[in-house]
Design a protein around this ligand. Sequence first.
Ligand code: ATP
Ligand code: MG
Length: 449
Amino acid sequence: MIRILVVDDEELICNSLSLHLDESGFKVYKAYCYDEAIESLKENTIDIMITDLRLGSSDGIELVREALKINQNIVSIIMTGYGTFEKAFEAGKLGVFYFITKPFSMEQVDTVIKKVVNEINMKEENTELKKIINERFEFSNIIGKSAQMKKIFETIEKVCILDVTVLITGESGTGKEIVANAIHFNSKRKDFPFVKVNCSALPDALLESELFGVEKGAFTGADKSRKGRFEMAESGSILLDEIGDMELNLQAKLLRVLQNKTIEPLGSTKSININTRVIASTNQDLVEQIKQGKFREDLYFRLNVVNIKLPPLREKKEDIMLLAEHFLEKYNSEFGKSVKGFKKEVIDKFANYNWPGNVRELENVVQHAVIFAEEDKLSLKDLPDSMFSGNIAIISGTRSLEEIEKQHILNILSEYGHNISQAAKILGIDRKTLYNKMKKYGLSERQRQ
Ligand SMILES: Nc1ncnc2c1ncn2[C@@H]1O[C@H](COP(=O)(O)OP(=O)(O)OP(=O)(O)O)[C@@H](O)[C@H]1O
Ligand SMILES: [Mg+2]
C-alpha cells in the first residue's frame, strides 16, 4: 500500500486532504509543522509527501531537501499559492515536478496522485527488471546457475588471464565452443585473432597444410605460399576443435609444435616462431582413446593442462528452464512473436527428457516451438516430433545394444501410457515377446522412465 504524508499548517486543509486520501485507499500520515513532518518521515517509510510551500517559519522546499536525505526514493508534491513561481523553480531543481495550486479541488489532487503513483510503479518495475538482468547468471553469454556451471565460470575466470592450454570436453552441444570463446575474449589476447580449426572436417594431409601452412612449390599445385592457421592466430588463440579425430601422425607433429613453439610450413626448411594460445576441444573420451592407441598420451598431457568438462544438460536440470527462457526471448524477438512462457506439461517434459543433443537441442526445440506456437504459452503440441520418438539412447554413444533396447522399450511404453498392446505394435513384436523383454530388463508394467 502506498504511504502518503500530508504536511500543512492549515489544519483544515491538512485534515480534509488526509481524509480524502484515506478514503481513496492510501495509508495516510499527517503533520501540522516542519518538525512533526521530519519525525514522521523518520518513523515511517513514506512513498509520497504532499507539503505546503509555506510552513510557518520554515518552508516546504527545505522539508523536501531533508526528506530526500532520509529517503531518496520519496516523491514530493508541493501545494503552492499564487506568485510563488521562483520557489517552484527551486523545487524543480530538487526533482519536484508535481504541484497543486491552491485553492484546489479533490479531483485535481486525484489527477496528480494518479500520475505520481504511475511513476512509482514504473520505477519499481524498472528496478525489478534491472534485478532480473543482473541475476541472469551470465558470463560471456554462457547461461547457467547450476553448481557445475558456477564452477565452470570460476575456472574460465581463472584460466582466461593465464596463457595455459585448455582442453574442453563434453558431449555434443554442451557449449564447448562458447566456453572457448569466453576464454579467448576475456584474455589479454582478445584484440588478436581467434582462429578455429575443425580437425574432423578435413582429410589429414589437408589439415596439416591448413594448420602449419605451405611453402610455394612444396608439391605440385602449390603455386603460392599459404599461411597456416597457427600463423594466422599470431598473438591470439587457436581452437583445435574435435581434436580427438586427429590422426596419430599429425598428433606427433602437433606435439612438436606445442613443445618447440615453432612451426614448419609444408615444403619449408625454416621454422617460424609462433605465439598462439591453444584451446582444444573434443566430445570424445580421450582417456579411452589413449587406451585404444588412437590418441597420444604425451599430447593429451600437453593439452590437458586445464580441463573444463561440460556436463550434459540432463545432469544440470536446474539450468534447463533458465536456458529455455533465454532461447524463448531470443526467438520471440527474432520472429517477432510474443510467446509468454511454457505450459506446465512442457516444463515437465523438459525435466524428464534425456536431451541427447544437449543445449543445442534445447535451443532447436524452443526455436521450433516458437515458430509453431498458436497460444500464449508453449504446449506439448508445439514441440518437435523428435522429442517423442524415443531414439534417445541410440544417439548418446557408448551404450550396449541391450541398454539401447531397454531404453527404447521404456520410451515407447511411457509414450503410449504403458499400453502393452500398443507398445508391442509400435515395436513390431508380439505382446509375449514384449513381456519377456520387460521381464529380462526388470521393467514392471508401470515403470517410468
Ligand atoms: N550455457 C549455455 N548458455 C547459452 N547458450 C548455450 C550454452 N551452452 C550451449 N549453448 C548454445 O548451444 C549451442 C551449442 O553450443 P556449442 O556449439 O558451444 O556446443 P559444442 O559443445 O561445441 O557442440 P559440438 O560438440 O556439437 O561442436 C550454441 O548455439 C550455444 O550458443
Ligand atoms: Mg563445437
